[in-house]
Design a protein around this ligand. Structure first.
Ligand SMILES: [Zn+2]
Length: 98
């Protein structure tokens, strides 16, 4: 997950975690390019502390009032998938520094 992959725009310094319907996507914060996509289901047994927001777009910080859920991933997964089910992009922000 910390592995940095080449970005077509060259300016990759940061990735963003996005949930889109049933997919977990890593997106370049600089250009919005999708870097890695995997199944949302693969994340479900994680106790990682995180916050989910309505995605404001690449490189932008979500505002507090767009918070969808906060807590261990396995506990907020239902709220996230409900919010993402209509195609809304959900930004996942990790709370814990590993
Ligand atoms: Zn990029």
């Amino acid at each position: 997950m910390t592995e940095m992959l080449a970005c077509p725009s060259g300016g990759l310094d940061k990735t963003e975690s996005i949930i889109h319907r049933g997919s977990y996507i890593l997106r370049c914060a600089a250009c919005g390019e999708t870097i890695v996509a995997t199944s949302f289901m693969a994340m479900l047994d994680s106790d990682h502390q995180c916050s989910a927001f309505i995605d404001p777009g690449p490189g932008k910080h979500p505002s507090p009032e767009t918070l969808v859920a906060r807590g261990p991933f396995r506990q907020i997964a239902t709220a996230i998938s409900a919010a993402a089910s209509d195609g809304t992009l959900i930004r996942l922000i990790s709370e814990a520094k590993v």
